[in-house]
Design a protein around this ligand. Sequence first.
Ligand SMILES: NC(=O)C1=CN([C@@H]2O[C@H](COP(=O)(O)OP(=O)(O)OC[C@H]3O[C@@H](n4cnc5c(N)ncnc54)[C@H](O)[C@@H]3O)[C@@H](O)[C@H]2O)C=CC1
Ligand SMILES: CC(=O)C(=O)O
Ligand SMILES: [Mg+2]
Length: 557
Amino acid sequence: MTDSHARTPAIPGVLVDPLRNRGVAFTPEEREALGLTGRLPSGVLTLDRQAQRAYQQMQAQSSDLAKNVYLEQLHDRNETLYFKVLTEHLAELLPIVYDPTVGEAIEKYSHEYRRPRGIFLSVDRPDDMEKAFATLQLGPEDVDLIVCTDAEEILGIGDWGVNGIQISVGKLAVYTAAAGIDPRRVVPVSLDVGTDRASLQEDPLYLGNRHPRVRGADYDAFIEKYLETASSAFPDALLHFEDFGPSNARRILEQYGGRYRIFNDDMQGTGAITLAAALSAVKVSGVRMRDQKLVVFGAGTAGVGIADQLRDTMIRDGADAEHAAAQVWLVDKQGLLIGDMTGLRDFQQTYARDPAEVADWERRDGQVSLLETVRRVEPTILLGTSTAHGAFTREVVEAMSEGTERPIIFPISNPTSRIEAMPADVIAWSRGKALVATGIPVEPVEYDGLTYRIGQANNALLYPGLGLGTIVSGASQVTAGMLLAAARAVADQVDPSGPGASLLPPVDDLRESSAITATAVVEAALDDGVATSKPVDIEEAVRQAMWQPVYTDGAAA
Ligand SMILES: NC(=O)C1=CN([C@@H]2O[C@H](COP(=O)(O)OP(=O)(O)OC[C@H]3O[C@@H](n4cnc5c(N)ncnc54)[C@H](O)[C@@H]3O)[C@@H](O)[C@H]2O)C=CC1
Ligand SMILES: CC(=O)C(=O)O
Ligand SMILES: [Mg+2]
């Protein structure tokens, strides 16, 4: 009898291990040593040639989602090659592996599923956690970074259950491509607590838990167990939290930030990159930080996280704490948030307005609208973190432009379908006066004979350098000082004064930008007394720590 295995022999392990695989770049000697004789075509390609081929194959895909799926398959086949391609074409491919296409990839994950990447932890089996991490076969010092999500508020597209694993994967890809975080030392995690999205629960191909989100004590116990398990298995790892819902994101950070090495990207990373864009914009507008008036549209995790960092910056610039908080107006689904409203979240209360102050403001259906708020407040900064596409109308932008000479307008909701206004409109409606940054990548805008470059105020322009600095310094916490240092380091990399200049560094230079940011972060960690390692030459230590996508000698073995 013929043994079918004789005709279709198993693929040798090294060829299916993405961290070791080099495919046709294995030399004849390596093939011999690794038992690959006769298992590859005889040609040997360099990494450069492989990267050319992979890039061509990627370009031949018919849509951005197909490109994302192609690149994920490459990621699962050969990590060095994947990161070589990604690093060499960062500005072109970041929108494919990350925002905005990652949103679509998450929506389609259970249907496009090819093979698993990461650790899947289920609220229904909390006792499996240690076992799941143990399958990685890594020692306590082998992991620098774990990105987890419970996927309740993925980008601006809401609850996507286990499909959210792709945001953990995408965020980590950016860490490596943009800051050289070693891909062998990172772990993406899905915390599957169920989903409230009926279409997922009913989808026969859905791969996650088919029950509503677990909340309350069971949710809290699951998160606490995750923190305990992850940090005792990998005590040096930074625990990055991504895309949790507003009721949990801040609570987890505040409750556990002192005990564990936590970073909440949507609050802290977004706050810092938006602060960087604001620091640049303020250089152009000439209005001191302490005199800014900020209207936040969408008072959730990101919006209030940003408001907090801008308020703290006003205080550092000389405003007293009460005055700085009073310079912030939050507008959400209920309109302007006012102190006598019921149902305000605890983190919104600080900024809720005194009812007497707004007693004679126009109300429609009992609400003070964004437009009325802008007319009354005459803000210098308007921030969009609402997911409400088109909410920054012509009227809103014109009203803002009447109240201030250089309006700073940041519609940073992701992905593209959620942005509050496109920069071309904002620039036209403000007659070229607005200083704009967006969360999504956008092409330069032509207006009245001038080219306006739009900075990408996406936390991806900051968190890779922040993470690298945290890892190199061995910081036990991500402090406010480290966030501020990162924001300043990013802002200092651009000269925003030229006509139409970008407020933020370009994505093409992200690796260099991350090295500069990380250096500033290490210095801040040392100043704040949280660093556990003190490099003699900080910049050199940062650059040395950056993993490069190359085949290094001996790594094939
Ligand atoms: N550029 C960047 O780096 C980042 C951008 N974001 C974006 O910010 C947006 C919000 O994200 P999160 O704060 O995490 O979500 P969230 O759910 O915590 O906050 C969204 C807030 O907007 C409010 N909102 C929804 N529809 C509204 C409407 N029609 N009018 C007024 N308010 C409305 C919600 O009630 C909620 O308070 C998303 O689009 C996300 O992609 C978030 C993090 C980073
Ligand atoms: C960029 C990001 O973290 C978000 O949109 O949630
Ligand atoms: Mg996020």
